[in-house]
Design a protein around this ligand. Structure first.
Ligand SMILES: Cc1cc2nc3c(=O)[nH]c(=O)nc-3n(C[C@H](O)[C@H](O)[C@H](O)COP(=O)(O)OP(=O)(O)OC[C@H]3O[C@@H](n4cnc5c(N)ncnc54)[C@H](O)[C@@H]3O)c2cc1C
Length: 382
């Protein structure tokens, strides 16, 4: 097994690290405090190929693969998770359209997404009564002449107020999961109403909104994939998306650990740097060990997806372990900072708030366990 990065992977990681350190990190605190959607940063990420890392060059992407994407996500997330969640969703929407879209859809919408022209992409699956149980969604799409007409409500849509291109799930028949279809809806389409942004515990610079569709019409050619294939498209997109959230979790955890090490070297108690206390050194050793295990799980899932091998179980294991590790590491980081960990003079309180949602979105930890268990029962015969 070769753990060496290729030239392309190194280049993408270094590119992401540079913009993360020079542009994203310096404004992360303000983005969080002022709940400021970092719109201009997405333009820059688009110019650097970071909004379509695993998208073919023919549609404006970097065509650098899934491992590169995970590495880029880790770097941007270490600087600002509010920024990286929008990056993740944009990559996810672009990849989904690339995989299932017609040539016209790819030329029009994928190029807009990865260049940053669309600002960001959005992924509108969840509804007020249907999160984990996505198959229970009620938004409807009805054919009327040369249009699809959408009606219904979506909840928790990341970048929803800014996204130029959205992938939206709606029911085209009453046949359970087989009655779901996926549509491309452009931001600003009449009948698409953006609600008040949620006031969140973390990721406060990310925009999270409810969306209402009131007789929102899109052309027939905006159906993505085949009618009735929507549930499959959602599951495929979420499998890949979980690699992105795993990488986000690793990035935030790494930032928390590094902040803790720096702080422990400077802060003195009982006449010596707190870094000298064995209790804290062991804590940091455990943080690093869990973080390294998380990174390996994340990159393993990415490598399987890149090799076009089954990766559903690995993506869920990565999402489960990385997100729980991130929460644990960030909690320890606050502890190491003592009282200063609890105020916003140091970034670790933000890391902890940002990490909290990672065990919830793109499938809760309970749903990941459900997927993992299903896969192991499938694999091990009687
Ligand atoms: C900041 C943020 C951003 C988001 N962005 C998006 C987005 O861009 N697009 C989008 O579509 N959605 C988005 N979501 C929604 C997110 O994916 C859902 O919140 C998540 O899937 C959980 O759904 P729920 O909130 O309805 O919880 P529920 O599904 O109501 O779950 C409640 C509890 O029950 C547990 N539970 C449910 N089913 C089972 C089961 N079968 N076995 C065991 N336990 C179970 C859950 O694990 C959880 O603990 C976002 C959410 C947040 C908070």
């Amino acid at each position: 097994m070769d753990f060496t990065l290729t030239e392309t992977q190194t280049l993408i990681r270094d590119t992401a690290r540079k913009v993360a350190r020079e542009v994203v990190a310096p404004q992360a605190r303000a983005v969080d405090r002022e709940e400021r959607f970092p719109k201009e940063v997405y333009t820059q990420l688009g110019e650097l190929g970071l909004l379509g890392v695993n998208v073919p060059e023919a549609y404006g992407g970097a065509e650098a693969g899934v491992v590169s994407y995970a590495l880029a996500m880790m770097e941007i997330s270490a600087a600002c998770a509010s920024t990286s969640v929008g990056m993740a969703v944009t990559n996810m929407a672009a990849e989904l359209i690339c995989t299932y879209g017609t040539e016209e859809q790819k030329k029009k919408h994928v190029t807009a997404l990865v260049s940053g022209r669309a600002v960001a992409g959005a992924f509108a699956l969840s509804e007020p009564h249907a999160g984990s149980d996505a198959g229970a969604l009620r938004t409807s799409a009805t054919r009327k002449g040369d249009r699809w007409v959408l009606n219904g409500a979506k909840q928790w849509i990341t970048s929803g107020a800014y996204a130029g291109v959205m992938v939206v799930w709606a029911r085209t028949s009453s046949e359970g999961n087989k009655g779901l279809s996926c549509f491309i809806v452009e931001g600003g389409t009449p009948g698409l109403i953006v609600g008040r942004a949620e006031d969140k515990m973390g990721l406060r610079g990310s925009n999270t909104v409810p969306l209402t569709f009131e007789s929102c019409e899109v052309p027939l050619e905006n159906l993505l994939g085949r009618e009735g294939d929507g549930f499959k498209l959602a599951m495929v997109a979420l499998d890949g998306g979980r690699i992105g959230i795993s990488a986000q979790a690793c990035g935030v955890a790494r930032a928390a650990l590094e902040a803790s090490v720096r702080y422990a070297k400077e802060r003195k108690a009982f006449g010596q740097p707190i870094a000298e206390f064995q209790g804290l050194r062991w804590m940091m050793a455990d943080m690093q060990t869990r973080l390294s295990a998380a990174e390996l799980l994340c990159l393993r899932a990415a490598q399987l997806k890149e090799a076009k091998r089954p990766f559903s179980r690995e993506a869920s294991m990565a999402k489960l372990f990385c997100s729980e590790t991130s929460n644990w590491v960030c909690d320890r980081a606050v502890q190491i900072h003592g009282g200063y960990g609890y105020i916003d003079e140091f970034p670790v309180e933000r890391y902890l708030r940002d990490a909290r949602v990672q065990t919830i979105y793109e499938g809760t930890s309970e749903i990941q366990r459900l997927v993992i268990a299903r896969e192991i029962f499938k694999a091990v015969g009687a």
